[in-house]
Ligand binder design. Structure first.
Ligand code: FAQ
Length: 318
């Protein structure tokens, strides 16, 4: 019989050797807890993240834009489902995760608490929000927990298409009339800083990074990923003639990176605590959708039960 220390040493050796941890493997309680927290927050973000874009489906400027937007939003819903399934492999019930979201106990990404007020916001969300999401999620394809890593591979492929469609909306607007270009610039102005906040608190204030990096749940720190995002996105803005709303933004040849201004951390923590511009509205919409969808869940469960018991009515239904 192995003691706790031996089990932990073997676990860390596996992580260090790049061997994936699978659901039935031994894992420290804290590893399981961290994964449940991160994966479920991630799943909630995907599901709540459908709402700001859902706001524009009926007002998309053409049939093509509408079809693309609907496909993107459905992808986000799918990502949420893969991630809830990945979380369930850690012995947690999906209903309890959803209850934690609805009660405000569980977090989801701060970015989805900002309003989408013009069509250009659909461009900015795809370009910046999906762009930031991919920067973070490509690293998660290599995360140490097998089911999470595998879910991330497909998610990243889809996010990559989302980022391009958003950039293409911005490009079209930036090349359009002066009013359209102003709309694109205004969307960039409003979404830039919240997008930088998506990467989480700065490294010195991050509670989980050190352990998560040791366990290879995270492969890079919040600030490293944020810097990568800034470095990749600034030339994209320049290319389409838009200006990043940061007077301190400057290429630093010694560091080989852009320097950028200070993020408003007070705003970030307020949004995380539930006091952002749309927190209450987003949660109310999620709860309403869940309550109105009860008949779908009941019908699915009844169908499964009928199939299991093979009653005559289930044969009729099949
Ligand atoms: N918002 O110690 P750290 C998407 C919390 S998906 C709210 O640094 P960690 C797709 C954090 O949870 C976007 N809370 O935490 C899409 C922790 O909470 P605790 C979501 C935040 O976990 C696109 C506390 O602060 N992506 O966009 C935020 O090591 C378009 C201390 O922070 C993921 O979830 C935040 N921004 O690093 C959908 C990716 N940042 O423990 C629709 C997976 C931090 O006190 C449309 N997650 N917190 O309760 C991760 O990579 C990590 O969890 C981080 C945070 C990097 C987000």
């Amino acid at each position: 019989m192995q003691n706790q220390e031996q089990l932990e040493a073997q676990f860390q050796a596996k992580i260090d050797a790049g061997i994936k941890i699978e659901p039935k493997d031994w894992m420290p309680k804290e590893y399981r807890k961290t994964l449940i927290r991160q994966i479920s927050q991630h799943a909630h973000s995907e599901i709540v993240g459908m709402l700001p874009e859902g706001n524009w489906v009926t007002r998309a400027p053409s049939l093509r834009r509408k079809a693309v937007l609907m496909a993107k939003i459905q992808d986000e819903g799918g990502h949420g489902l893969y991630l809830y399934s990945a979380a369930e492999t850690l012995d947690i019930d999906r209903d309890s995760l959803i209850q934690d979201l609805h009660s405000g106990k569980a977090k989801y990404s701060s970015i989805f608490n900002y309003p989408s007020i013009t069509w250009a916001d659909m461009g900015a969300i795809g370009w910046l929000v999906d762009g930031a999401a991919i920067m973070n999620q490509v690293m998660l394809c290599q995360t140490s927990y097998g089911p999470y890593a595998r879910a991330m591979v497909r998610i990243c492929k889809e996010e990559s298409f989302h980022q391009r469609q958003g950039y293409e909306i911005m490009l079209t607007l930036a090349k359009g009339s002066p009013a359209q270009k102003r709309m694109a610039q205004d969307a960039l102005n409003r979404w830039w800083w919240p997008s930088l906040m998506m990467f989480g608190p700065k490294d010195t204030d991050s509670t989980h990074s050190e352990t998560s990096i040791k366990w290879k749940i995270k492969r890079m720190s919040n600030d490293e990923l944020r810097q990568r995002f800034v470095d990749a996105t600034v030339p994209q803005a320049t290319l389409i003639g838009l200006k990043i709303p940061d007077d301190k933004l400057n290429w630093n040849p010694e560091r080989g990176h852009y320097d950028y201004g200070e993020i408003n951390w007070t705003e970030f923590w307020e949004v995380v605590k539930g006091n952002g511009p749309c927190n209450k509205e987003r949660l109310a919409q999620r709860v309403k959708a869940y309550e109105e969808g009860v008949w779908v869940r009941e019908a699915a469960l009844a169908y499964a039960e009928k199939k299991r018991t093979k009653s005559p009515i289930s044969e009729v239904l099949v």
